[in-house]
Each structure stands twice: as structure tokens, then as C-alpha cells.
Design a protein. Structure first.
Length: 371
């Protein structure tokens, strides 16, 4: 039996009747962009995140870009980002013309280390973009305190954290949070999509303007906006899936619980941790091991498919060569890039599959190919 890293057809199989009905409803409606499905989804997702405002957009990357643009961040500005994240966080900053300034992670939480923030602030710094990486909330109080001290905006990259809670409060809108609905995310569309959730009415209005050519009244263009809209079809899919998100996150949590119990204390393996104040939604289950290539090969041989999130730190990517960051300048990010390994996790893994992963890790760590 093979264990896929993620089975994207499984959620469709589970919800086929509901998703098919929603598809037919949209196809027959003649409304394909910015129609009733979008309005309903925005209201439902805002309510899910705690009664705040939601603006749907074309992708998670765009969600970050549009918030930064709505804050008038651009050329000559600096924005603090985690050194260890998916490169989209950095690309969003670069897309505005601003410069991403990396801060190293706390290697136990994988999230940016608030204690390292002050040293990265310069007179040009405008914002901090914490990422709730792998589904685990970053320490928003500590980050917010630094931001307040220096007069900086906070923009949460919540692309991996739908439904997570920070000190009991759902992620999404303490500041402005950018979500992605890429198919593999905890709440995934059947294509690209994203959303901004915020309590700030003026900010939400500005993002709404920017996503649709800078216009609210057709052919009246107030600012140089872009085209970044969520299809009605995707909004309809997301409305169905949103009603299952809590249950799916609970199933992820159960898988993570088994991994954390049944892989505890193994030599050479560092398991992900949790905090009392954070409700982790386990977008990814990321372990660390010095012999990553060896373990990954042995797991593959045992039919267990794993991935690496992410093998190249953004500052080591060709895309950011222009920053001239020397190799070794961000040692924690580079070390994590070399050691992290993501085990299969998702709401549709069976108990047997979880058992197979656990057995394969035990055998693989002992350096043996599985039987
Ligand atoms: C997925 C992701 C994004 C980008 O989302 P897209 O919808 O793919 O544009 C941004 N940041 C993080 C941390 C992500 O995981």
C-alpha cells in the first residue's frame, strides 16, 4: 500500500453531491464573477473568522500584495518577513517594490522569533509579515508589541492557518490576514483563490477597490487597481467546504496527535511542538532530521510519500540573488531548509495509512529499508 502525501480527489469524493449541486447552480446562474456566491462566501468566511470583513481575491499571493498596496507600501520601503517561509511571502513584498528584510525563526516553533525583530527595524521599515507557518499561529502579542513600538503595520500571512486560534481567537483579522485557497490548503478551492480578512473597514474597502481595476462603479477608476477576483464557481466550492473545515481540522489534529505520541523519543528525530496559547491546524506535519535525504529515500521505498517545505530558503533562491545575502547569513533558515521533512497529513488519511507512516519512520530512522 502506498501513502500519498496528499489526495486532492478525496475531498471531492466525500462531498461529491454537495459540490456537484453547487457547480450546477453556478453554471446555470449566468453569474461567473463577483456575484452572489462571492458575497455569500465573504460573509460566511468573515463570520467564521470572528465576524470581521472579508474580501475575496484571486490568490493567496495577491491577498498579501493587495493589503501591502492598500497600506501604500512600495518602493523605498522595507517589510520584515520570516527567513523560513514559502517564498510567496517574500514575492508579495517584492511585487509592491518594497524590500523584504528577513528575520530568523525560532527553530522550535518554525515561526519568526519576536526577540529578533527589533534588530531588523530601520527608518524605512513599514510592516511586519508574520507567517502562521505549517498551521501554527505565530506569537501575535509579542510581534504586535514590537510593531506598536516602532509604528509598523502587521499583515498576517495566514495561507496555512484557516481555523487556527491564537489565545482562543480565530486567526484572521486581528490585523489584516491574507488567506490562500490553493487546492492543497486546509480550506482549498478547485483552483486558485484567496481572501483578505480584517476588522479595518477602510482597509477592506481599499483592497476591494484594488482587486477590481480600482473601480467600484463600472468605468470609474479611482486608483490603478488590478484584476484579482475569485470566480463564482470557486466561491461556491469554498462555501461547501467551509462547512466541513472544523471537522477536517479536527481530523488533521488527530493524525498529528498519533504521530506525536507514536514517534516520541526517537533518536535523530525532532517532532513539531505546540503551545498552550495556540491552536495548531496542522496544515503540515514537519519533522527535523540531520539525515533527511536518507530518511526520505527509505520512506519512499516503504511507499510513504513525503515532501520538503521548503528545500531552498528564499534568500538562497535565484529570484532573490539581487539582495546579495551571503551563504550562511541566515543560518537557522538554512539549517531548517536542510533538515525539515513533511510527513503525510490530511483529513482523508486512514488509520491504517497513519500506522504505515509511523512504522516506516521507525524502520527508516534505524537506517534500514522497510520490509
Ligand atoms: C500558499 C502560500 C501562499 C500563496 O498562496 P497562493 O494562493 O498559492 O498564491 C503564501 N504564503 C504561504 C505561507 C503559503 O503557504
Amino acid at each position: 500500500m502506498t501513502v500519498p502525501f496528499l489526495d486532492l480527489a478525496a475531498p471531492y469524493a466525500e462531498l461529491k453531491a454537495e459540490l456537484d449541486a453547487a457547480t450546477q447552480r453556478v453554471l446555470a446562474s449566468g453569474r461567473y464573477l463577483l456575484g452572489p456566491e462571492n458575497e455569500a462566501f465573504e460573509a460566511e468566511f468573515a463570520a467564521y473568522c470572528g465576524g470581521r470583513r472579508c474580501v475575496s481575491v484571486g490568490s493567496g499571493l495577491d491577498a498579501i500584495v493587495l493589503v501591502l498596496r492598500a497600506l501604500d507600501i512600495g518602493a523605498d520601503d522595507e517589510v520584515i518577513v520570516p527567513s523560513h517561509t514559502f517564498i510567496a511571502t517574500w514575492l508579495a513584498v517584492a511585487a509592491t517594490g518594497a524590500t523584504p528584510v528577513p528575520v530568523e525563526p525560532d527553530p522550535l516553533t518554525f515561526n519568526l522569533d519576536p526577540a529578533a525583530l527589533d534588530a531588523a527595524v530601520t527608518p524605512r521599515t513599514r510592516a511586519i509579515v508574520p507567517v502562521h507557518l505549517y498551521g501554527r499561529p505565530a506569537d501575535l502579542d509579542a510581534i504586535g508589541a514590537v510593531a506598536a513600538r516602532h509604528g509598523l503595520a502587521v499583515v498576517e500571512d495566514a495561507a496555512q492557518a484557516h481555523g487556527a486560534r491564537y489565545k482562543g481567537e480565530r486567526i484572521g483579522g486581528r490585523y489584516a490576514a491574507a488567506f490562500s485557497f490553493y487546492p492543497g490548503k486546509n480550506l482549498g478551492a478547485l483552483g486558485d483563490g484567496g481572501a483578505v480578512v480584517t476588522d479595518d473597514a477602510a482597509l477592506a474597502a481599499k483592497v476591494r477597490l484594488l482587486r477590481n481595476y480600482g473601480s467600484t462603479v463600472k468605468y470609474h477608476h479611482e486608483v490603478k487597481g488590478t484584476n484579482s477576483r475569485l470566480d463564482e464557481l470557486q466561491a461556491a466550492m469554498l462555501r461547501v467546504k467551509l462547512t466541513h473545515l472544523d471537522e477536517w481540522n479536527a481530523r488533521r489534529s488527530a493524525v498529528a496527535g498519533r504521530y506525536r505520541t507514536e514517534l516520541a523519543g526517537l533518536d535523530g528525530l525532532v517532532l513539531p511542538t505546540t503551545s498552550e496559547w495556540a491552536e495548531h491546524v496542522w496544515h503540515l506535519f514537519v519533522v527535523r532530521t540531520a539525515d533527511r535525504a536518507g530518511l526520505q529515500d527509505r520512506l519512499t521505498a516503504a511507499g510513504v510519500h513525503t515532501l520538503v517545505h521548503y528545500p531552498i530558503a528564499p534568500h538562497r533562491s535565484a529570484a532573490f540573488a539581487e539582495l546579495g545575502t551571503a551563504p550562511g547569513a541566515l543560518p537557522l533558515a538554512e539549517r531548517l531548509a536542510a533538515e525539515v521533512l513533511s510527513l503525510p497529513i490530511g483529513p482523508h488519511l486512514t488509520d491504517d495509512q497513519v500506522g504505515q507512516v509511523i512504522a516506516a519512520v521507525h524502520t527508516g530512522l534505524a537506517g534500514r529499508a522497510a520490509a
